[in-house]
Design a protein around this ligand. Structure first.
Ligand code: PMP
Length: 429
């Protein structure tokens, strides 16, 4: 007998907190029960009841090639045949590090972790160890994983649940995290004027992707770079989401601003659990075993994960890959904008090459406050309308959407047809 998502969710809630292993999956941001997935291929996945969806979440970013890409699968199989992991160095870790350093200008050395959270946690500790300072600056609505110092006014699931700052974080830890409005350079200047030489690092999502998708204002990233130079602190770009997606060299190459440290996750693991932190050798040498900043991981650099990630990165180097991805995303976003306008529903469509954020709002969305003023109830209705028609968006108004290389014109046309129907329904409500 086929298991239903409903039955599985009932069972899951008995033995998993909230029935899920990561909060946003629980659909709290949009209401209703989550859909349990069974298998995936290309632009599609199928739920346990056999229903097919066009997927714009892509495992929250990694599936840039589309699901279950045959060459990634083959690379994983080949590695599995040799062993699942050794806890000793392997050649594929060197290949991966060389690949990442060749793709991202300014990166000379890279350390692998098992998640984005760990990568960012390591980057923060490294920045503190390198500068000998404790305070850090982050931005409201930016999400950098769930480590203590960073779960203050965070985006993503924390925002979806209305708990941007978590319980369980000691005041002494969170009081060294100074939070400022994203895209507000004058607020950063004022803070740096006061505390500049106590600040270890400014960490930023160069394109915010955990409060929907909000691009940087012209001059914002450049301004952060200049302030970090002036006060001799470390600029960290958290490219867990944007890395290898916006361009081969990430947001830093798209905007032409070079951070000191960069964190990666998602695409770099090709769908398996991987993160990484990289930067110039003089900073990276502060990490153990050469330096005094400790960091480690039983499964870090796991060869199966490296195989998936490395093969994914190799395929991204195909000429024109990112341009084509941007074109498809543009078709989708422009098509939706047209349909929203025709339906008389005010929407703001943010698109940064292959990431998008769709807001039900009549004002441009360039700040956290503007994100919060957008209509998240209407997003929930839009989400459910599309879900019923076999299109899967992020189950929260505060997440970015992703197009993959497997999203062809047919998938985009089908998505836009479904969106047109849903917008017509919303109009009547
Ligand atoms: N930084 C950013 C920008 C992210 O988007 C995420 C995850 N969405 C993280 C860090 C944390 O990564 P992980 O979930 O792999 O720990």
């Amino acid at each position: 007998m086929t298991q239903t998502s409903h039955d599985l969710f009932q069972a899951a809630q008995q033995c998993i907190p909230g029935g899920v292993n990561s909060p946003v999956r629980a659909f709290r941001g949009v209401g209703g029960d989550p859909v349990f997935m069974d298998h995936a291929e290309g632009a599609y996945f199928w739920d346990v009841e056999g229903k097919r969806y066009i997927d714009y979440v892509g495992s929250w970013g990694p599936m840039i090639l589309g699901h279950n890409h045959p060459e990634v699968r083959a690379a994983v199989h080949a590695q599995v045949d040799k062993g699942l992991g050794f806890g000793a160095p392997t050649a594929i870790e060197v290949d991966m590090a060389e690949m990442v350093c060749s793709l991202v200008p300014g990166l000379e050395s890279v350390r692998m972790t098992s998640s984005g959270t760990e990568a960012v946690m390591t980057a923060i500790r490294l920045a503190r160890g390198y500068t000998g300072r404790d305070k850090i600056i982050k931005f409201e609505g930016n999400y950098h994983g769930h480590s203590d110092s960073l779960l203050v006014k965070a985006g993503s699931g924390a925002l979806t649940l209305g708990q941007p700052s978590s319980a369980g974080i000691p005041r002494e830890v969170s009081q060294d995290t100074l939070v400022l409005p994203y895209n507000d350079l004058s607020a950063v200047e004022a803070m740096m004027h006061q505390y500049g030489f106590d600040i270890a690092t400014i960490i930023v999502e160069p394109v915010a992707g955990n409060m929907g998708c909000v691009p940087p204002e012209p001059g914002f990233l450049e301004g952060l770079r200049a302030l970090c130079d002036q006060y001799e602190c470390v600029l960290i770009f958290d490219e867990v989401m944007t890395g290898f997606r916006l361009a081969l060299g990430g947001a830093q190459s798209l905007y032409g601003v070079r951070p000191d440290l960069t964190t990666f996750g998602k695409i770099i693991g090709g769908g398996l659990p991987v993160g990484a932190v990289g930067g110039p050798r003089d900073i990276m040498e502060y990490l153990a075993p050469n330096g005094p900043v400790y960091q480690a991981g039983t499964l870090s650099g796991n060869p199966v994960a490296m195989a998936a990630g490395l093969q994914t990165l190799r395929l991204l180097t195909a000429p024109g890959f990112h341009e084509q991805l941007a074109r498809q995303t543009q078709k989708l976003c422009a098509g939706l904008a047209e349909r929203a306008e025709a339906a008389g529903i005010p929407m703001q469509i943010n698109q940064v090459p292959a990431m998008f954020g769709w807001f039900f709002s009549d004002e441009p969305v360039r700040s956290f406050d503007a994100v919060m003023r957008a209509d998240s109830q209407r997003y929930a209705q839009f989400f459910h309308g599309l879900l019923a028609r076999g299109v899967y968006l992020a189950p929260s108004a505060y997440e970015a959407g992703f197009v993959s290389a497997a999203h062809g014109d047919a998938e985009i046309a089908a998505t836009l047809d479904a969106a047109e129907q849903v917008l017509a329904e919303l109009k009547e409500k």
